[in-house]
Design a protein around this ligand. Structure first.
Ligand SMILES: *Cc1c(COP(=O)(O)O)cnc(C)c1O
Length: 716
């Protein structure tokens, strides 16, 4: 079973939208007043914080925990919400005017409406979300406050907000405090706004995303039930005591939300992406539907059923809002997105990256590592063809701050694109490039004892990790040469931040491989112990790459230098057995069909008579070739691509820039259509494993050779 996630959140979006509708229609009011209070003024108060936490969960971790300097996700979100807000203001304008809401409003009042209260009662959410997101971003990125301080500030704001909301009664009698609050209420009508209410939920969402693993499900359920019941008690008590000025904020609400959100985030439910826009539109449009239901009921004389019966009224509004939203989303999907933009980068041959799958892989890997062992993703060879800068940015956003590259040039490229954290160069760097190590704050591997001397001669301070050869016999000083290794610690200009070794047979678990790998681990630990004995300390040690994490968990250190598994595959399909469920490939490769043509019986296709049609065939020419990384050994029926959900074979020799495939019998294939080279289309999938097998190699090679002409971008 695949560990699909996010589905819990997706479906709860719908539930939350219906709870908001309940707040605005009081479904139980015609039955029992207290029950309605409990439902709409207490229980349903989880809805809005939930939406805010979703934003926090996906948008804020990179700023709060990842210290990302990339503002594009932030500006993207703000732009999207402001656009929605502008649209909503326009949609509700006729209602505002009809109700005469703007008649007495001066410019100050209008500004207060637009910035804080919303121009229609439910619209406050949109400016509040923007304000809150900006506050959290400012605190964590502009003021560079650590996450706990930002969280504490958000909590303090929330507590301050409580006294303008459910706990207003407490300060009502203290004139000086009350004056302050009443002064604030001249600027905004409620403390349930972007300043006091929103930040704490954004931080909570981000925090839950950051800690992800850990915590027992039972604890979360128990925590939720307990805090929910306490919140009921709190709400009812305050209500009875007449404390409440408004009833959106409870002391128990953030705690209750913490548990609820963890339950939803951990639910193993398939994603239901359609819920996302549908819930947004239900939220935005339900007040219109309320007006419509009331008007409609009066028109057909069904007031008793559809207005006076609060439950029926609520159901009618829910059903109609839902249908309205579904239709709207369906129609909007039919409207082609602004043509040029949607196709940008997809003109010829391209790579689509799945952010969701990358996040999932990171999450699973983190779950496999013991406490204190950090992921140190390996971004060499353009992140195994995935695009090193794209990957690093996204990983930064997941809170990852240690990376490896093979070369100094790769590391410099990452720095130039603003990648934060430490970067370890795994390979040899020429002395002429040593200044780059300092300029870009990189860590160099000391590839052996003689290289250490060269670094020493350079004279300037350089951060390094020592590489110990424990059996691979590639880079690293031989582990037996403990004196030579010890001497490196006396080189004053080398700042030894760590030491590592590389396992050469960790992809297998046969007795022989096991013995060899364990001997490597022992040799490494022996060196470390000897060094300690001489008073030389290595702050960080690491051994495992992808297979090490999966097959030899006991060899965990301070870092796991994970490459291939992060990208959702292993080297060979046979090895995928040792992979826990849930890893999904991050990358898909697609290409345009440049031309479709008939070939007659006896005619050759491509260079050198590699293929001759034995009967009339239809051929599609793809705009991708071996220069893009499609192995030439896939020529002549060895390899396939997927077109219109069907696998079709390569015919003739793959060319540098083009590849011919046989599409005889596949209907509706046109010039300009897409072909899937790696990835899924309909029920058909071609994986990096297939290409590796067909070309007699491993996925690592196939992926890392994907060329620069392929345009890389996130699919979601
Ligand atoms: C490439 C490399 C890795 C990553 O290996 P994967 O098997 O892709 O996880 C780790 N360490 C070193 C030294 C490497 O060269």
């Amino acid at each position: 079973m695949k560990k699909e996630k996010l589905g819990g959140m997706d479906y709860f979006r719908l539930a939350a939208a219906f709870l908001v509708v309940a707040i605005h229609t009081s479904p139980l009011s015609s039955l029992q007043g207290d029950a309605d209070f409990i439902l709409t003024r207490i229980a349903a108060r989880v809805a809005v914080p939930f939406f805010l936490m979703v934003t926090g969960y996906f948008l804020m971790p990179r700023y709060l925990f990842g210290k990302s300097g990339d503002v594009r996700p932030l500006t993207g979100y703000v732009k999207k919400v402001l656009l929605l807000y502008a649209a909503a203001i326009l949609i509700y304008l006729p209602v505002n005017l009809y109700a005469g809401q703007f008649q007495e409003a001066g410019p100050g009042e209008l500004l207060r409406m637009v910035v804080f209260d919303g121009t229609f009662y439910h619209l406050w959410y949109l400016p509040a979300a923007v304000t809150g997101v900006l506050i959290v971003w400012l605190l964590s990125r502009a003021f560079r406050l650590p996450a706990p301080v930002v969280g504490g500030t958000a909590l303090l704001l929330y507590v301050a907000g409580l006294f303008g909301d459910s706990y207003y009664g407490w300060i009502e009698k203290t004139a000086c405090i009350r004056e302050k609050y009443d002064g604030m209420f001249r600027i905004f009508s409620y403390t349930r706004n972007g300043i006091f209410y929103v930040p704490v939920f954004l931080v909570l969402g981000a925090w839950i995303s950051h800690i992800r693993k850990g915590g027992k499900r039972g604890t979360d359920f128990a925590g939720f039930i307990l805090t929910f019941v306490l919140m009921m008690g709190e709400g009812l008590t305050l209500h009875r005591m007449g404390m409440q000025r408004h009833d959106s904020m409870y002391l128990m609400l953030p705690l209750c939300m913490f548990f609820l959100f963890r339950i939803l985030a951990a639910a193993r439910v398939k994603p239901a992406e359609w819920c996302r826009p549908v819930s947004t539109w239900i939220y935005l449009l339900h007040p219109l539907v309320i007006i419509a239901v009331r008007g409609g009921a009066k028109a057909v004389h069904l007031e008793k059923l559809l207005i006076d019966n609060s439950m029926m009224h609520y159901l009618a509004v829910c059903v109609l809002s839902f249908l309205f939203a579904v239709c709207l989303v369906f129609c909007m999907e039919k409207i082609p997105p602004r043509g040029r933009r949607a196709e940008q980068g997809k003109e010829r041959a391209w790579i689509e990256l799945s952010r969701q799958n990358l996040h999932r892989n990171v999450e699973i890997l983190r779950g496999l590592l013991p406490e204190g062992c950090c992921l140190m993703p390996v971004l060499k060879a353009n992140a195994y063809g995935h695009g090193a800068v794209l990957m690093a940015r996204e990983l930064n956003a997941c809170g990852i701050t240690s990376f490896c590259t093979a070369t100094v040039t790769e590391a410099v490229q990452l720095r130039k694109k603003g990648i934060k954290g430490e970067i370890l160069i795994l390979g040899y760097t020429h002395p002429s490039q040593f200044p780059l190590l300092r300029r870009y704050r990189l860590m160099q591997t000391v590839v052996d004892a003689s290289y250490a001397k060269i670094l020493r001669k350079y004279g300037k301070r350089v951060k390094v990790h020592l590489k110990i050869d424990t059996g691979m016999h590639r880079l690293g000083e031989r582990w037996e040469k403990i004196n030579e290794i010890g001497r490196i610690f006396r080189y004053k200009n080398l700042v030894i931040e760590g030491a590592y070794t590389h396992l050469s047979a960790d992809d297998g678990i046969s007795p022989e491989e096991r013995a060899f790998t364990e001997a490597q681990g022992q040799a490494f630990h022996k060196v470390m112990a000897q060094l300690e004995k001489r008073g030389y300390h290595c702050p960080k040690i690491h051994m495992q790459a992808s297979y090490g994490v999966l097959n030899y968990p006991a060899l965990a250190g301070d870092y796991a230098r994970v490459g291939i598994a992060l990208y959702g595959v292993l080297s060979r399909r046979e090895d995928a057995d040792c992979m826990p469920d849930g890893f999904l490939p991050v990358l898909a490769v697609k290409a345009r069909i440049a031309s479709v043509k008939e070939v007659h019986r006896g005619e050759p296709v491509g260079y050198g008579f590699g293929y001759t049609a034995s009967m009339d065939r239809k051929i599609a020419v793809l705009a991708i070739g071996y220069a893009d990384g499609l192995p030439r050994s896939l020529s002549n029926g060895n390899g396939q691509v997927v077109i219109n959900g069907r696998k079709v074979p390569v015919v003739g020799y793959i060319c540098m820039d083009q590849t011919m495939v046989d599409i005889t019998g596949i209907p509706d294939v046109k010039q300009g259509d897409e072909a899937v080279v790696i990835g899924r289309s309909g029920d058909c999938e071609i994986t990096a494993y297939d290409l590796a097998k067909q070309s007699g190699s491993i996925t690592n090679e196939v992926l890392s050779r994907l060329g620069d002409r392929l345009v890389r971008g996130w699919a979601e």
